[in-house]
Design a protein around this ligand. Structure first.
Ligand SMILES: Cc1cc2nc3c(=O)[nH]c(=O)nc-3n(C[C@H](O)[C@H](O)[C@H](O)COP(=O)(O)OP(=O)(O)OC[C@H]3O[C@@H](n4cnc5c(N)ncnc54)[C@H](O)[C@@H]3O)c2cc1C
Length: 333
């Protein structure tokens, strides 16, 4: 059984147990969030021993070359000595420049980083509440259009970081953020391709960023956005999206209300995924983006594929918040 050494202590790591679980189960504090190899909050560095290549999926080449890896995705095959990243690696300081309510549960948090952040609309950054607690938030801003970073943060009941954003953070506060990561963004390789965007709740933020990016880069193909919420009061950016559709003949916006049989004019009744796929039954040749509730995103990916979209043209960002896995049995076996 491989031994993980961290902070001078050794921990036996059974097969099927990640470095993250192996260290946190006995009480070591390692920052983490999604537990699914996505958010990169649990970045660590191997200072001795080899880590499997799969533990470096999605991280920057420059970090991978220095043996950084994702602890939640690392299942060691040999003894390793690991540390947390040196202070400052992949981290930037930023000033809060705005916190504006989009609806009762979602705020747009605006940040101005001290150093210019290289990112694309639709990628995500990690926002640190403190040294140990960070969460991922998608970028709704477009670097070429918006001076500041825009994050749409939904208030989660009893949520550590989202409640802090809503209730504690204020303009001019200083915060730490990470490098941007993620591959859910627009690339101008086929500007005539039709684009379908399907989002729920605050998943709209990322899609709004990608759509504005595509339009500003001169995308000529049809762009259709379907945004789903349970009630009419929950929609946001409605006027901005309507204005965008008036400015661009190739952009259409359909707000879908799931919780009401007869919504007011301008809103379509039904679950957003059902409406989007009914109105766009043949997705052959389309590029499709999903963002929001993990179940909608997971079903959407499958259904878009069955409707003809190629897997390489399906992009998705589920707002995963995986519970910490229960590894006690494996560790004590
Ligand atoms: C790549 C990525 C991008 C993301 N982008 C965004 C974004 O743009 N905007 C945004 O608001 N969130 C986004 N998230 C989710 C975000 O990272 C946090 O998980 C979320 O804000 C909750 O964190 P918290 O600290 O407030 O709650 P926690 O303290 O982590 O959780 C508190 C409780 O709420 C439950 N919970 C956590 N998250 C949710 C949820 N989303 N819905 C219902 N229950 C939940 C937990 O299981 C727990 O019981 C993203 C996640 C990922 C992985």
């Amino acid at each position: 059984m491989p031994i993980i050494t961290y902070g001078g202590q050794s921990y036996q790591c059974p097969e099927q147990v990640s470095v993250l679980d192996c260290l946190t189960a006995p009480g070591v504090t390692i920052p983490s969030s999604c537990h699914a190899g996505l958010c990169q909050t649990c970045l660590m560095q191997a200072v001795d021993g080899n880590i499997p290549a799969s533990a470096q999926t999605g991280i920057r080449n420059t970090l991978a070359a220095q043996n950084y890896f994702l602890a939640c995705a690392c299942y060691p095959e040999e003894d390793i000595v690991v540390t947390l990243p040196s202070a400052g690696v992949g981290k930037y300081s930023a000033t809060v420049t705005g916190i504006n309510h989009l609806n009762a549960d979602i705020v747009c948090l605006q940040l101005l980083p001290d150093t210019r952040l290289n990112y694309k609309a639709g990628q995500f950054i990690n926002l640190y509440k403190d040294a140990e607690n960070a969460r991922s938030y998608s970028l709704a801003s477009v670097p070429e259009i918006d001076e500041h970073l825009h994050l749409h943060v939904r208030k989660v009941p009893n949520g550590l970081v989202s409640q802090w954003v809503h209730n504690v953070l204020k303009v001019e506060d200083r915060v730490d953020i990470s490098d941007a990561a993620g591959d859910c963004f627009y690339t101008p390789d086929n500007t005539d391709q039709s684009l379908l965007f399907v989002g729920t709740g605050c998943g709209l933020g990322l899609l709004y960023g990608i759509i504005r990016d595509a339009l500003s880069q001169g995308h000529r193909g049809m762009i259709r956005l379907y945004h789903g919420c349970e009630s009419v009061e929950s929609f946001f950016l409605v006027e901005e999206l309507k204005a965008l559709s008036l400015q661009h003949a190739n952009f259409e916006y359909t707000p879908c209300v799931s919780g009401s049989d007869v919504p007011p004019p301008g809103y379509t009744p039904g679950m957003v995924l059902d409406v989007a796929l009914k109105e766009n039954a043949d997705l052959t040749g389309w590029r499709v983006f999903f963002c929001g509730h993990p179940e909608m995103v997971s079903s959407g990916k499958k259904l878009a594929f069955f409707a003809g979209a190629s897997m390489r043209d399906i992009y998705a960002d589920p707002f995963i918040s995986a519970p910490k896995s229960n590894v006690t049995e494996l560790l004590t076996a």
